[in-house]
Design a protein around this ligand. Structure first.
Ligand SMILES: [Zn+2]
Length: 55
């Protein structure tokens, strides 16, 4: 079993672990919600792998 980690952004438990990009200046792993959010912020308008329902 993997040691439980906390999201470096929201401090919530990580179910699916995502590694932030270096340019984001985030230390540690991220949860899927924060990762998608960051992706959206950094690549606005670009097609993203994550499914963001209507926003
Ligand atoms: Zn998070």
């Amino acid at each position: 079993m993997i040691a439980d980690e906390k999201c470096a952004v929201c401090k919530g438990p990580i179910v699916q672990k995502y590694i932030p990009m270096e340019s984001w200046n985030i230390k540690g792993a991220m949860c899927s919600a924060c990762y998608s959010k960051r992706l959206g912020e950094h690549y606005p308008g670009e097609h993203v792998r994550v499914n963001l329902d209507k926003k």
